[in-house]
Design a protein around this ligand. Structure first.
Ligand code: E4P
Length: 222
């Protein structure tokens, strides 16, 4: 059975360090907005992220709109480390860049996917990952999980597609369980959603009671 992967959706080194020690993190995704938020140089911060998750893909996004410049940027970004996945937008030029890069054995994450047909084209272009954006569809009053379901059904019809579904724009733990139920291969999460996934008031309440009762025994396991 395939294992569901968890990526961190951040360019914040401290946040990545906070979670990698759990062994739960399989990769990292960044984008131009996350790089801007980090206040860091894209090449420097991306190199540091790649070193923190050496066994997982780290998505670094091109910023150009045209194929030729996208390829120039991708050539620089993919030299940063062996675990770089080049992120390209779901446009004509992005799909063209995806095909060239995947034919050249570079991992590609096709981003800003909002329809099943876009995902179909990304798979045809050899994408390693397709990133459907759930939260942004929900913001428009649509159901982002329907998109994951449609992409999953389409990919299952064509076993030659090797593209993994990377659920992105995740805003809540509910999004995570919804896409896990639909069999998404990967989910990329902001740290706050990951924290919310393991936190529960009844867990905290139960622990308080255990601590109190344990103290009353006067025992020590150590
Ligand atoms: C990840 O690859 C995406 O860039 C990210 O999940 C977008 O999330 P947002 O819609 O919360 O900005």
């Amino acid at each position: 059975m395939p294992k569901m992967k968890i990526f961190l959706d951040t360019a914040d080194i401290k946040e990545i360090e906070e979670f990698v020690i759990t062994g739960l993190i399989d990769g990292v995704t960044t984008n131009p907005s996350l790089i801007a938020k980090s206040g860091r140089d894209i090449k420097e911060v991306t190199k540091e992220i790649c070193a923190l998750v050496p066994n997982g893909p780290v998505s670094a996004e091109v910023t150009a709109m045209d194929y030729k410049t996208m390829m120039k940027e991708a050539d620089i970004l993919r030299k940063i480390a062996d675990n770089i996945a080049i992120k390209v937008p779901l446009t004509f030029d992005g799909l063209r860049a995806c095909k060239t890069l995947s034919d050249d054995n570079t991992m590609v994450n096709v981003t800003l996917c909002f329809t099943a047909n876009q995902a179909l084209l990304a798979a045809k272009a050899g994408a390693t990952f397709i990133s459907p954006f759930l939260g942004r569809l929900d913001d428009l009053g649509q159901d982002g999980t329907d998109l994951i379901s449609d992409i999953s059904d389409i990919y299952l019809n064509y076993p030659e597609f090797e593209t993994e579904i990377l659920a992105a724009s995740i805003r809540s733990p509910k999004h995570v369980s919804d896409v896990a139920l639909l069999g998404a291969d990967v989910v990329t999460l902001p740290g706050k959603v990951l924290r919310a996934m393991y936190t529960h008031p009844l867990t905290d309440k139960g622990l308080d009671a255990f601590e109190k009762d344990w103290k009353s025994t006067g025992q020590s396991i150590l």
